[in-house]
Ligand binder design. Structure first.
Ligand SMILES: *Cc1c(COP(=O)(O)O)cnc(C)c1O
Length: 388
C-alpha cells in the first residue's frame, strides 16, 4: 500500500461540477479581477470565522504582512513570535522592516508558551518612553504578538490576551493552519481569526481551505484595519488613480480563486470533521504505546488537524523506513527559525529555546487529509509500531 502525505484529489472531485459552472461563468463574463465572486467570498469567509470583515490577498505571507501593518507594526519594531513556525510568519514581520523576537514553545501543544512569554516580558524587557516595552537585547520597541495556531489548534488565547493587555501589545493571529478551529473563551466558542485585532489566513492548496493556486486573507472586526488593508493590497489606493499610501503593492486575489474558494468553504466543516475522524483512528491505534507522544488537545479546543504531529525518539530512522514502505511523512519543522541561516544576524544560538529544539529533533507528521481511509491509517500505525 502507498500512503501519500496529502491527496487533494478526492476533495476536488466532490466539487468538480460546481467548479466547471463558475469557470464557465467567469469565462463568459471575462472579468478576472474583483467583482461579486470576490466580495461574496469575503463576506462568507468573515461570517464563517465570526468576524465583521475579511479581505482576500495574494498569499498567506502577504496576509501576515498586511495583518501586522494594519495593527500598527512599523519598521524597527519587535514582534513576538514562536521559534517553531513556518518561516512565512517571520517574513510578514521582516517585510515591514520589523524584527522577530523569538519565544520558546510549550512542549505539549507546540504553541507559543505563555510561561516563557511572561518570563521574557517580565525579565528581559523594560518600559520605553512611548509606553511600549523595549526588548533588552536589541532595543526594539515591542508592538505586537503573533501567536500561531500551529497544526490546526488555536493557541492558548485567554492568557495571551491578558498578557497583551498588561504589556500594551497588539495581538495579530497567524491562523494559516487553523481554518475552522475553535477555542472556548469563558463560555464563548470562538473560531481562529476572531481573537486578534487582525488575523492572517493562507489558502495555499494544502491548507484546510485551499485555493487552486496561491491565496490568503486577513480577518478583523476593526473597520479601520479593513479599510487600510483594502487600500494596501491595491497599490495604496482606495479610489482609482489616487494613491494615499506609499506602502501599497498588488496583492489582490483573482476572481476565479475566490469563486473556487467559496465553493470549497461550504464543504470545510465536513472536511474538517473527516480530518478529526482520521485523528481519532490514529489515537485509537497508537494510544498506550509509551514510545509515541500523541497530539494533546486541551479542554475547550477543537482541533482541525491540518497536521497530525507525533513525537518519537530515533525519528530519522523511523521516517526513512516508513518512506521505504510507501508511507510519506513530513517534518514541521526540522530547523527552528532562530537557528536558520536567514536569521543569523539576529544573534540567537543553539540552546536559546530548548523546547523548540527538542521538538525539532523528535517530531514526525503522519499522513492526514480529509479522504484518508481507515485502512491507510491502520497501515501507517502498524508499520510505525513495527519500525519502532
Ligand atoms: C502556510 C503558512 C503561511 C503562509 O502562507 P502562504 O500562503 O504559503 O504564503 C504562514 N504561516 C503559517 C504558519 C503557514 O503554515
Amino acid at each position: 500500500m502507498k500512503v501519500p502525505f496529502v491527496d487533494l484529489r478526492a476533495m476536488h472531485d466532490e466539487v468538480r461540477a460546481e467548479f466547471n459552472t463558475v469557470f464557465n461563468d467567469i469565462l463568459d463574463k471575462s472579468s478576472f479581477v474583483g467583482g461579486p465572486y470576490v466580495t461574496n467570498f469575503e463576506d462568507n469567509f468573515a461570517s464563517y470565522c465570526g468576524t465583521k470583515h475579511a479581505v482576500v490577498c495574494n498569499s498567506g505571507t502577504d496576509a501576515v504582512k498586511l495583518a501586522l501593518s494594519a495593527a500598527g507594526v512599523r519598521s524597527g519594531d519587535g514582534v513576538i513570535v514562536p521559534a517553531n513556525t513556518f518561516i512565512a510568519s517571520v517574513e510578514g514581520i521582516t517585510m515591514l522592516g520589523a524584527f522577530p523576537v523569538f519565544v520558546d514553545i510549550d512542549a505539549m501543544t507546540y504553541h507559543l508558551s505563555v510561561k516563557h512569554l511572561s518570563d521574557y516580558l517580565e525579565n528581559e524587557c523594560r518600559l520605553g518612553l512611548d509606553g511600549h516595552l523595549v526588548d533588552g537585547r536589541t532595543g526594539a520597541s515591542l508592538t505586537a504578538i503573533l501567536p500561531v495556531h500551529l497544526f490546526g489548534m488555536v493557541a492558548d488565547m485567554a492568557p495571551l490576551i491578558e498578557l497583551a493587555k498588561n504589556y500594551n501589545l497588539t495581538i495579530v493571529e497567524d491562523a494559516a493552519q487553523a481554518h475552522g478551529a475553535s477555542y472556548n473563551m469563558s463560555g464563548n466558542v470562538l473560531r481562529a481569526g476572531s481573537f486578534g485585532l487582525t488575523a492572517a489566513f493562507s489558502f495555499y492548496p494544502g491548507k484546510n481551505l485551499g485555493a487552486l493556486g496561491e491565496g490568503g486573507a486577513v480577518t478583523t472586526n476593526d473597520l479601520h484595519a479593513d479599510n487600510l488593508i483594502r487600500m494596501l493590497r491595491d497599490h495604496g489606493s482606495s479610489q482609482k488613480y489616487v494613491h494615499t499610501s506609499p506602502d501599497g503593492w498588488n496583492s489582490r486575489l483573482s476572481t476565479i480563486q475566490c469563486a473556487f474558494l467559496d465553493i470549497k468553504l461550504k464543504k470545510l466543516d465536513e472536511w474538517n470533521n473527516r480530518r478529526r475522524q482520521a485523528a481519532e483512528w490514529y489515537r485509537k491505534c497508537l494510544q498506550g504505546d509509551e514510545r509515541i507522544l500523541l497530539p494533546i488537545v486541551p479542554e475547550g479546543r477543537e482541533h482541525v488537524y491540518h497536521l497530525y504531529v507525533i513525537r518519537i525518539l530515533d525519528r530519522e530512522r523511523v521516517r526513512q523506513t516508513l518512506g521505504e514502505r510507501g508511507i510519506e511523512c513530513g517534518l514541521h519543522y526540522p530547523i527552528p527559525l532562530h537557528l536558520q541561516k536567514a536569521y543569523r544576524d539576529l544573534g540567537y544560538q543553539t540552546g536559546d529555546f530548548p523546547d523548540t529544539e527538542e521538538s525539532a529533533n523528535t517530531i514526525l507528521s503522519l499522513p492526514i487529509f480529509p479522504h484518508i481511509t481507515e485502512e491507510m491509517v491502520a497501515y501507517v500505525c502498524e508499520n510505525l509500531k513495527s519500525v519502532l
